[in-house]
Design a protein around this ligand. Structure first.
Ligand code: FES
Length: 613
């Protein structure tokens, strides 16, 4: 089992104060931003970020008076303040263990001499957010950033789990710039249906596809619905939540051993206590987030993303987090890494196991040990030690069958490949480890759907002119098109083909796909069709070529014909009259920039080479 982080160095139960050092300002923090937020630079604890009344002494006097109304003593209020971002919500069962986690984090903070202060932020669940959770991720990141900035805290523990919550928290905390440690809620347990082990959500999609194909009836579909999510916690396969949990550990922003414990286990509670304890030490040491989330850390995260067969969404989120710190994710570097980084983790949808099996197999320590020659071992982690030191501390491995060796991988290359061509000049992604090997080199006739509504209207019609070797194209589901870049890129197999036994087809869109899905699905086509990308020019009957070997995605028409079609496109982009939608459509960036708002990215993030070694 993974060796967990120690008690905090210099921690214990002494009521020490945090290092009297202001948190490093992130690159994008204008000086004016601090004016009015923190009238006492270098102040700590409850004295930090005093409210503006024109008299700092009175501001502190008033603040303490109010908090004493909750029964606090001066002794408690003199301790380092550790904020805890609470994303518990009745709408978010993936965070259903939040009360237990907060209690354990608080215990760890108090054992180390700190004062825990939990505060609510937006919480987003994949199935309870309309039109799509991605539409709200940036709003949650702004909420998280501003609450960290506005309220006095010397360090913050971020508790998230469901797909968009961890990225939103890391984006916001990266911009806020104080010492930060991530805690994930942990995966759900698996269930059982007629003797078969099942878990959300690869099996959700598989059973739904069987229902669509007429292989199972409504009654069995209802029975399996009871079993797919058998406890609170995040999806039990290598979807986006599990991907972000593993990436958090690879980035060094979460404690070693914290990615894999299931939500309802003692290991999960223990890691929560240790996270709280470590947050106090980070406050004392002034270990700010920018010292952990460095280019080396992002490089390690990209390696791990490839080696776990991680969700394609992980790439979008990494780009967004990196952009907050002035770094860029280089897609060509990712592709080069992919050619030398095999998929080692045997988890659904690329493999057969579930997250609880990964935990029993030693979790991330087992994977990182195997990947060690490919990692930047000098990257600093929240423990104050490097990733290399943490791998050594985890000790030797043991026999298990979830993490393969480099000599015997699940898939010989990384989980995803970056495609280019006249159809995607800014790039596109395919999760090759979860695709049909027989479709990796494919040329076929395009069958085009204008948008998600058109798809719903026509995909299951018996008179749809479609064949198994056609290429399904769906446009207007990109960042601005839908809006919010929904996970609609997993275009269902047309019902009449599904009934004939067709399981996979080449599918292309400017949208995203759940990390739990399986298929030959080309995603994130950039630039998107709604802003005039070439995807907008494809017509039913055109020929399209996909070559994963050559990293090619091409519309087989002449350059002249393509230019004529592009010139004929309407010169409008989506817009709205008011509210968050207006802000979103004005400001959202493309997939390669993380679908973040342009004004939230750090200055320098768009410089050539930013973030590269
Ligand atoms: Fe929350 Fe899958 S729906 S992690």
């Amino acid at each position: 089992m993974t060796k967990k982080a120690d008690a905090p160095e210099g921690g214990g139960n002494q009521a020490g104060k945090p290092a009297n050092k202001p948190a490093n300002k992130p690159a994008n923090t204008p000086a004016a931003d601090d004016a009015g937020r923190n009238q006492s630079p270098g102040s700590t604890g409850l004295r930090k970020g005093l409210t503006s009344y024109g008299d700092q002494g009175f501001s502190l006097f008033l603040r303490k008076a109010f908090i004493k109304g909750a029964g606090y003593t001066d002794g408690a209020l003199d301790r380092p303040v550790i904020g805890i971002a609470n994303t518990g919500s009745a709408y978010n069962p993936c965070h259903g263990n939040m009360p237990q986690l907060i209690e354990a984090v608080k215990r760890g903070i108090m054992l180390a001499g700190g004062l825990p202060m939990d505060f609510p932020t937006i919480s987003i669940h994949e199935s309870f957010a309309a039109p799509t959770s991605m539409y709200l991720r940036n709003l949650m990141s702004m909420d998280t950033e501003e609450m960290i900035r506005a309220q006095p805290m010397d360090a913050v523990v971020l508790i998230g789990g469901c797909d968009k919550t961890v990225p939103a928290q890391l984006m916001g905390a990266s911009s806020a710039g104080i010492p930060t440690i991530q805690l994930v809620t942990g995966a759900m347990l698996t269930g059982s249906h007629r003797g078969e082990r099942v878990g959300a959500c690869t099996d959700c999609r598989r059973y739904w596809a069987r229902f669509r194909a007429g292989e199972i009836d409504a009654e069995e579909t209802s029975h399996v619905n009871d079993q797919l999510v058998s406890s609170v916690g995040t999806c039990s396969v290598m979807g986006t939540a599990s991907t972000m949990a593993c990436l958090s550990e690879a980035l060094g922003i979460a404690l070693p051993g914290s990615a894999s414990p299931p939500a309802v286990t003692a290991d999960r509670i223990r890691i929560a206590e240790q996270t709280g304890t470590r947050a106090v030490a980070m406050a004392r040491e002034g270990l700010t987030i920018d010292r952990v989330l460095t280019p080396a850390a992002f490089e390690n995260a990209m390696r791990v993303l490839l080696a776990i067969g991680g969700s394609t969404n992980g790439l979008v989120h990494l780009a967004a987090i990196a952009g907050r710190l002035g770094h860029d994710i280089d897609l060509q570097l990712l592709d080069r890494m992919g050619r030398e980084t095999p998929v080692l983790l045997d988890l659904k949808p690329s493999g057969q196991h579930y997250m609880e099996d990964f935990h029993r197999a030693g979790g991330m320590a087992t994977l990182l040990r195997e990947l060690k020659p490919l990692l930047r071992l000098d990257a600093l982690t929240v423990t104050g030690r490097t990733l290399g030191e943490e791998i050594e501390r985890a000790g030797p491995g043991f026999a298990q069958d979830v993490v393969r060796s480099v000599d015997n991988p699940i898939y010989p290359q990384g989980g995803m490949a970056v495609l280019k061509g006249n159809l995607a000049p800014g790039g596109a992604i395919i999760k090759q480890s979860a695709a049909d090997a027989g479709l990796m080199e494919h040329e076929g006739r395009a069958v085009v759907f204008e948008n998600a509504a058109d798809l719903i209207e026509r995909i299951d019609r018996d008179d749809l002119d479609v064949h198994a070797d056609d290429v399904l194209v769906l446009r207007s589901i990109g960042p601005k098109g839908a809006p919010g870049m929904p996970e609609a890129g997993y275009i269902p197999i047309p019902r009449k083909l599904a009934r004939q036994g067709v399981k996979d087809m080449v599918r292309i869109s400017d949208g995203r796909m759940s990390g739990t899905a399986f298929g030959t699905v080309v995603l994130h086509v950039t630039p998107e069709s709604a802003i005039g990308g070439p995807l907008a020019c494809v017509r039913t009957g055109d020929r399209i070529r996909l070559s994963v070997q050559r990293r090619e995605l091409s519309l087989l028409i002449s350059d002249d014909e393509l230019q004529q079609r592009l010139a004929a496109l309407p010169q409008t982009t989506p817009s709205a009259g008011r509210g968050y939608l207006k802000l979103f459509l004005q400001s959202v960036t493309q997939a390669d920039k993380g679908v973040d708002f342009d004004f939230l990215r750090a200055e320098g993030a768009d410089q050539p080479g930013g973030g590269e070694r």
